[in-house]
Design a protein around this ligand. Structure first.
Ligand code: ADP
Ligand code: SF4
Length: 688
């Protein structure tokens, strides 16, 4: 590349033990919900990163033994030689694009419930498994530790056979046996593996030595280490024991991959950790202690931030999981001077939620993520147009913007009409709520792209009706008119009995709040039958504005779905800190004058609470009037997409817009079976 590129430093090769990374871009291990269950799809995800320029592409935590069985989650698996061919799919895909392949070997200790294998759970000391599953771990004796070391060593040899170049020892996220041995609250042993820090680190040291001895001739040995638990003096701290661990192990690994624990701190959302590079403060001294290369993460999407981290000596390699999911082509875009084309991660953790739900990975910003193999989608390539057709997209929310952008990339003439004065739809509104400003990247990236294209016309303040559509004379129409929040209280919990709402009672919806309307006074009852993020964010907004807020939900948690995005405890804590009165397990029965009646979800017993104003966050109604009026009007294409077709998350709307654009003018037989390839079980395997 030309030295004129201001980011040339990021493209220097880096030696990692016996292997060389072609540049400083390092995709650290991350889950995909694909793993051993869908290895072809997983290999395609990883191959795409290599194609996008990442020098190192890691897989995800990979179980080394049946006593570390994470079922039903789809992580990596390398219990024995039968798992090698599936992993070789990945190493081949990564090598095909000149990158190094890394594998994150893991034994999850008491984090593994062993539901599939029904094996005993192992831990440094006697303790329960770390979920609410009714099972306890047994303390490992010396023979168990010897066995564990043998499993790890054998797995490293199998990983080498599978073609991996970098093999991890993993002590992080409070989820691995090596980490559990290090942490005093999990290790109450009195032998040489417990007590002093040196003793607690002994097992990790042995794993690093064993791995070097087994595969170090040709593979690098990486060490992924959570240097801080981000709970202050109650846990490991980067400035105290975290630092001491780096000093103790110093040059033993070929590479330090340093982050923070637990996963919710490592993969912090922008709502709770707005700054990119938020882990730098924990990392900064590691390079002063070890001579080995250091990789660090922190939702790094800005090339300037990356450059400054290398220049300041914080890291040698730029680590990324989520930024590489949102845009697998970040390195190539930086190298080719296309920085403004980077599709930045918004820190929403929908990708994380996929893993927690045991489903294939998806990403709000990158609708092709997880679809590389099963649908054959490429984030940077889309089939060119097959005709000179003109297209009209109605609605400029995430679905409409994505659909318009992809149609334009295909070369079609695109007209996009948006009713309001601003593009972005729900994103333009939601990004004005507390903590969600980074979500505007969903609109910014797409609007920026659309504005640069000569084949696109963008119209705001243009609410179209059927007649106007006919006047435009465009025969291919995509209707992305979205949805609006209901004001009658209909929701999951109220299908049989709608709450009665007294005439004159002030009832607001999220749309009202996002349009700038505020309750006339408190207490404000926020009724959350949606359970995702919006009710919690609105509660935060109103409580911060000084309202007395009562949060009522039929669930036993505030924003229960946010468990999957790792935010739920933070959301509930924030509302408690703001003085919000939280009433869980309560269904809204009535809004009456100056009070609301709530009903216990279990006993049906009623209680009355003071209520001057109510915000209902329950369900949405699809905006289909325009679509309905256009049906039967002879248009060649009429397709309803996004929230107007099926209200859901932003990720769903972006995906729907993308799919519609890909399928446009696709041969009918193909488009009709838009369904995807499935990875089926090879029955021959059962005879092994
Ligand atoms: P989605 O998530 O499916 O993209 P949104 O609700 O975010 O849905 O966006 C829908 C957009 O469609 C909104 O910005 C809304 O103003 C716009 N819209 C709704 N009806 C019309 C219409 N008849 N003409 C033009 N734009 C419309
Ligand atoms: Fe980032 Fe959200 Fe995509 Fe995950 S789903 S990579 S957090 S934009």
């Amino acid at each position: 590349m030309s030295n004129a590129n201001p980011y040339a430093l990021l493209f220097e090769p880096i030696q990692i033990g016996p292997v060389t990374a072609r540049n400083r871009f390092y995709q650290v291990p991350h889950c995909t919900g694909l793993g051993h269950v869908r290895p072809r799809a997983d290999a395609a995800v990883r191959g795409m990163k290599a194609e996008g320029g990442w020098a190192v592409v890691s897989n995800q935590e990979t179980e080394i033994h049946p006593t570390s069985d994470l079922s039903p989650f789809a992580e990596g698996r390398l219990w024995d030689g039968r798992d090698i061919p599936a992993l070789r799919l990945m190493t081949d895909a990564v090598h095909a694009h000149g990158a190094l392949a890394a594998i994150q070997l893991v034994h999850n200790g008491n984090h593994a419930q062993n539901l599939l294998t029904r094996a005993p759970v192992l831990a440094p000391s006697e303790m329960s498994v770390d979920t609410t599953h009714p099972k306890q771990a047994q303390a490992m004796d010396k023979a168990d530790i010897r066995e564990f070391r043998r499993w790890h060593r054998d797995a490293a040899l199998r990983a080498k056979d599978a073609g991996f170049d970098i093999i991890y020892v993993y002590a992080g996220h409070n989820m691995t046996l090596a980490h559990h041995f290090m942490l005093p609250h999990m290790n109450q042993r009195c032998d040489e593996y417990g007590g002093s820090l040196e003793n607690r680190v002994r097992l990790t040291r042995e794993l690093l030595e064993d791995t070097h001895e087994a595969v170090g001739d040709s593979c690098a040995v990486a060490f992924r280490f959570a240097i801080d638990e981000v709970i202050g003096a109650d846990g490991m701290q980067a400035s105290e024991e975290g630092r001491a661990v780096v000093e103790l192990l110093s040059d033993l690994p070929d590479l330090w991959d340093v982050n923070v624990a637990d996963w919710s701190n490592d993969s912090a959302t922008t709502r709770f950790q707005p700054e990119d590079g938020y882990q730098n403060a924990f990392l900064s001294h590691v390079k002063q202690i070890t001579r080995k290369p250091v990789v660090g993460v922190g939702r790094l999407t800005s090339p300037d931030m990356m450059l400054s981290m290398v220049k300041k000596g914080i890291v040698d390699l730029i680590g990324a999981a989520r930024p590489s999911i949102a845009d697998p082509f970040i390195p190539n875009k930086i190298e080719e001077g296309r920085v403004d084309e980077i599709r930045e991660c918004i820190g929403c953790n929908i990708c994380v939620s996929s893993d927690n739900l045991g489903i294939p990975i998806r990403c709000t910003q990158n609708p092709t993520m997880g679809e590389e193999w099963r649908r054959g989608w490429h984030p940077e390539i889309i089939a060119p147009k097959t005709s000179e057709a003109n297209t009209l997209v109605i609605g400029g929310g995430p679905a409409g913007l994505e659909c318009a952008m992809q149609l334009a990339r295909r070369g079609y003439q695109v007209t996009l009409a948006e009713a309001s004065s601003e593009l972005g739809g729900r994103v333009a509104k939601e990004c004005g709520l507390p903590g969600l400003s980074a979500w505007s990247r969903v609109k910014d990236y797409r609007v920026n792209d659309l504005k640069q294209r000569g084949n696109v016309q963008l119209f705001t303040d243009s609410r179209l009706d059927g007649e106007q559509v006919a006047e435009l004379g465009i025969e291919h129409v995509f209707v992305a008119t979205g949805s609006r929040w209901r004001s009658d209280g209909m929701g999951r919990s109220t299908q049989r009995h709608l709450p009665t709402i007294a005439s004159g009672a002030e009832v607001l919806t999220p749309d009202d709040i996002m349009n700038g309307k505020l309750p006339f006074g408190g207490p404000v009852v926020i009724y959350d039958d949606d359970h995702i993020y919006l009710a919690g964010v609105i509660a935060e907004k109103l409580a911060t504005a000084g309202y007395s807020v009562v949060f009522v939900t039929p669930d036993s948690l505030v924003s229960a779905y946010a468990v999957h995005t790792l935010e739920q405890p933070r959301i509930q804590a924030r509302l408690i800190e703001l003085g919000v009165d939280i009433r869980c397990n309560q269904v809204l029965a009535a809004v009456e004058g100056d009070m609301a009646r709530i009903r216990c979800a279990f006993t049906g017993r009623d209680a009355e609470i003071p209520c001057a104003s109510t915000v209902l966050v329950t369900e949405r109604q699809r905006e289909t009037a325009l679509y309905d009026s256009l049906r039967g009007s002879g248009l060649k294409t009429l397709e309803l997409i996004g929230d107007a077709a099926s209200p859901g998350l932003i990720v769903d709307a972006v995906f729907a817009g993308h799919r519609a654009a890909r399928n446009f003018e696709r041969p009918k037989a193909e488009a009709e079976k838009d369904w995807f390839r499935r990875e089926t079980i090879d029955l021959a395997e059962e005879s092994l």
